[in-house]
Design a protein around this ligand. Sequence first.
Ligand SMILES: [Zn+2]
Length: 489
Amino acid sequence: MLTMWLISKHTIFTRKNYPVSTQELNWYEIDRFLMGEAWAGSQITKHLTELADVIGPRWGGSDEDRRAAKYIRSEMESAGLDRAEIEVFNLDSWNHGNVSISLPDDGDRPIGALPFLRCKPTDITAPLVDVGHGSPHEVSAFGDQIRGSVALTYIAPEPFTTAEPFTARIVRLSEAGAACIIAIESKTGGRMEYSNSDEWLNVGPQKDAVAVVKTSSEDGAYLRRIAGGTPRIAVSVEAEYFNTEAYNTVAEIEGATNPERHLILAGHHDTVLKAPGGNDNTSGTIGVMETARVMAALAAQQGIRPGLSIRFATWSGEEQHLQGARAYVARHYGSAASPREDKPLLNINLDELSTGHMKGIVLMFPHLRHFIQKHLDTMNDGLRCHVLAHMDAHSDHFPFVEEAIDASITWRWRFWGRHETANFHHEIGDAANKLNVRELKEYVGQLARLLLRLSQVAPEDWPENPVSVEDVQAMIERDAGKHHPAFHI
Ligand SMILES: [Zn+2]
């Protein structure tokens, strides 16, 4: 017999005999179940061990990417989801071999070197020029001296002038003729994290930007001390571009009342090279898996299914320019291929969840703000719905945004208010211990509660989405190359 204690009265039965009522659900008992299951039934430690320790770094298209996808799919199946699949897509990938920075006239002093992601191969010996932060006044002061040189620059912007993202300063140095750029890491203690040299608001990875190689804060300071004598410096990067298969996973709980429409909770399971990605993004991957598990448990044990279908996806290739999410969106929601009715009503993207506890969600378009806030208020946890005032292309919500699909993120590392101790992503030190287990449990319970509430609203009762693909293009053009103050740099 079905346990009926979650349903007060006037229960209705759908074609699948699942009891559903949009009005009569006992949210107090449902919330107790979801938060309790997220906490007491947690599989976080098991998934963390498998993904971050046993499989380890999961560069998109690698064998580890495939193993992670197989693991996630099989765990989704065990959790009782209605379907759980791997979707293969073609990834435009990159890898590097030997990389070095050396001073031919300065003996064997070792200099830390890490190529930017998708850095093109280079092998150059040229004069070193210290261009400060690469600001307009600094670059113009050098006149033609930058042409053919190796330009040394901070990643952080100059604090005394209009802040620009590093990508804009790379373009300036490239246009000034720099043959190669050495970027000085902002973090100290020899740490170096992988960075990108191109503007992500431009669709697709670019291959022809000038070679950019990072050095550590300490080695960068040394190079600045000797740069006055314009020493010769040698930079070598072995790199190759290639195409390969990569692996997304998609699972679903079918909706009880409106199964033809869906919400999608997703996050990337790939990492940068060499990083197990405890924070970025084993945390978000497990957030997806665990939210799916507790919602499936509610359906199996208490007979409460979402009204709309809920899709749970993990993407590969995020670190290689969002290629996994973009492939999925193109295949299933591409403008030409599918009408608005086939697209999700909302994408919630999970990325780097160890940087702060659940504070709410941040929408990319404004029209759902009050609707979602109203549902958050019923959870009585002080969660807020915000709207980002600019286009953010730095995670997997963006391919949805490009198709004018409502998309959102949670409190990511970029925003002010993150934990100061959670300053790890894109580097070897982003290991399993960077995942905050207790906070992730809270995320899971809260996300399940929010998704279940939103799923109970019939599609025709959602605020209409007035945004067109052309509107999005205009917003992208407005924001490309600008620095945004909500972000850390
Ligand atoms: Zn990430």
